[in-house]
Design a protein around this ligand. Structure first.
Ligand code: AHG
Ligand code: MN
Ligand code: MN
Ligand code: MN
Length: 335
């Protein structure tokens, strides 16, 4: 087959970040270096996943339960540690916070110069790990205010609009990295033989309407009546298809490219739902808004929600403008 990389200019991720900013500004240099480190973490995780079934000690559970009350997988721990070690070496990040750590992780030697915090979900879709199905990693970068080594990380309790960069890595048939620094959404595909993420699509725009709805209908009787009514509406309307993989990164990636809506509503027992604001819903909301879509709790835009605690959860309705508005109308007006 023909090698597409020869027909194009082979824009690498770090070069792309620089191109979007004034290349020599300190901000551009920082962001380029930060994205480069995230890419390295993604490559390390992708490499391990590609051998998972062949190596001892990769698949399965650790026996621990995380702060979310979930059983931890070995890959959750591996990926969590990968991000820590790549950022220890970068100097730019003073603090990391993730789904798998109850408290923020400080790298004191970086704090004098590293004024950034990395928020991340090391493995999104953990339940897919042992089945060789798609997984993701989600990241968000914020400026860090104040120097105190504060375990509550209360300086992060500001709207998601304050994110400097956000995106995800999708470990699918190929590994992709999708990111925004507030100047559109761009995707890169890992060329494993080069070890580089190469630009595949610039300024991705989500369709205003799609045909996919993506929700765990196993929770039907746990939802509020308004969500049930929306799903009944979808069932009786021609042209909708259900798609749900168990990893929101892959489900939302499909929605980004083809349109539609992904929902993780609250349930009676858990009105805030399952997904966490700072390292799941806010970064994905930033990406989808930058692509021309929307993300809401049903009552307010995800990017306006202010966390009250590090692991705060929010309901999520995200995707094409018209599809999100449809769900919203059921929540707010009952139809
Ligand atoms: P994580 O694996 O990071 O804990 O997140 C899993 C999330 C998300 O990726 C997915 O869409 C959702 O949980 C699936 O949950 P249900 O099995 O409850 O549908
Ligand atoms: Mn989890
Ligand atoms: Mn997740
Ligand atoms: Mn996770």
């Amino acid at each position: 087959g023909s090698d597409r990389t020869l027909d194009r200019d082979c824009t690498t991720l770090s070069r792309h970040v620089l191109q979007q900013l004034q290349s020599f500004s300190p901000e551009a240099q920082d962001l380029s270096a930060l994205m480069n480190r995230i890419a390295l973490a993604g490559k390390l995780v992708a490499r391990r996943l590609s051998h998972a079934g062949l190596m001892e000690g990769v698949l399965g559970f650790t026996g621990e339960v995380n702060v979310q009350g979930e059983s931890v997988k070995k890959m959750d721990v591996y990926a969590n540690d990968v991000f820590i070690s790549v950022f220890k070496q970068s100097g730019l990040v003073c603090r990391l916070a993730s789904e798998e750590m109850e408290k923020p992780y400080y790298i004191p030697e970086n704090c004098p110069i590293g004024r950034y915090t990395l928020l991340y979900d090391p493995i999104d879709g953990s339940s897919n790990t042992d089945n060789n199905l798609s997984l993701g990693s989600i990241f968000s970068i914020r400026k860090q205010e104040g120097d105190d080594v504060d375990e509550t990380a209360s300086d992060l309790f500001t709207p998601g609009r304050n994110q400097i960069a956000a995106g995800y890595i999708l470990y699918g048939p190929s590994t992709m990295l999708v990111y925004t620094i507030g100047k559109g959404v761009h995707s890169f595909t890992l060329d494993p033989s080069l070890g580089e993420f190469i630009l595949t699509q610039e300024n991705i725009k989500i369709p205003d309407k799609g045909s996919v709805y993506s929700v765990n209908e196993g929770n039907f009787w746990q939802w509020d009546e308004s969500i049930r009514e929306y799903v009944r509406y979808v069932h009786r309307t021609e042209g909708y298809s259900a798609r749900y993989s168990g990893a929101m990164v892959s489900d939302i990636h499909r929605v980004l490219l083809q349109g539609g809506v992904f929902l993780y509503p609250g349930t009676r027992e858990k009105p805030e739902g399952k997904l966490r604001l700072l390292y799941e819903t806010a970064p994905l909301a930033f990406v989808i808004e930058q692509a021309g879509g929307r993300a809401t709790t049903g009552h307010m835009e995800i990017l306006d929600v202010v966390a009250k605690k590090l692991h705060q959860r929010t309901p999520l309705i995200i995707g094409s403008k018209q599809d999100v508005a449809k769900v919203e109308s059921f929540i707010q007006n009952g139809h």
